[in-house]
Write a new protein. Sequence first.
Length: 324
Amino acid sequence: FNQSLAGLKDLPAVTTDDFHVSLFTNTGLLADVSPGLRNGAEGIGLYRSEIPFMIHDNFPTEEEQYLVYKEVIDAYSPRPVSMRTLDIGGDKQLPYFDFKEENPYLGWRGIRFTLDNTTLQVTQLRAMVRAAHGRENLKILIPMVSRIDEVKTIKELLNQVISELVAEGKQAIMPKLGIMIEVPSVLLLLDKIAPYIDFVSIGSNDLTQYLLAVDRNNPKVSRLFDNLNPAVLSALYFIRKKCAALQLPVSLCGEMAADPASVLLLVAMGFDRLSLSAHRIPKIKWLIRNISRADAKKLLAKVESAEDESEIRKVLNKKLKELG
Ligand code: PEP
Ligand code: MG
């Protein structure tokens, strides 16, 4: 079975009725870069830039960041690399920059933190843009967006960084800019934000957490955290349709993308870009190559009338069992 999965590396993830899904990888450690390529990832859908920050003992300098980002961008070129700006706060703390909050998930996190620390944000943007020198595959992704002004400010900073680099005689091109959809307010702001961005990526872990008001890491409420909750599924379908109407490319990069039961529904909804851990790619590719989108749509219709996630899971597991 494993051998047959390995044989899939160079084959496309396409359903039996010809719906193509691009599979990208999530990464953050340099050690995770080559497994993505080995497993046939079409690019990096989510580079978690906080990981190199977390394994350092102080804020990495522009030069240090530049070298790490360049290695990743070069390794994947010409395949796209979506680098997310620093997403600390919430459960992700830097050992050398500790701060305590009553409600860390609702506090100084991701873009909120970096926009209050402009030098840090500008340094990171400079390192990313410089690392893409001579390449066209860098995309920049903003975490934890909840308001339009955050997107506009990042865009201004990015323009400023590009002008400065050009003034310094360096070649610098504007990367594609996207946002993570993980805070529910963004669902209702997409029309307004869309003109400022080139793509979106759904962080289904945080979207589930914020939509259901369930801490993603608290064992006392973990039974309430479920990506298959009907509210989460309808939010995802809403986003898919909204992005289609806005002609905004959308991918999904949370754990759901690696969960076969969820992937059945994502394919049915029309998600054609998923980003997941490298080692999960072969299994998800196998699944996609062995289903038809028409069948997946029938499952979605069934699931839409289900009352709760346990009923939904039953329907999906039955289908997975049939597939073997
Ligand atoms: C997510 O929230 O789903 C996501 C992919 O980002 P992270 O897990 O890094 O918060
Ligand atoms: Mg997230």
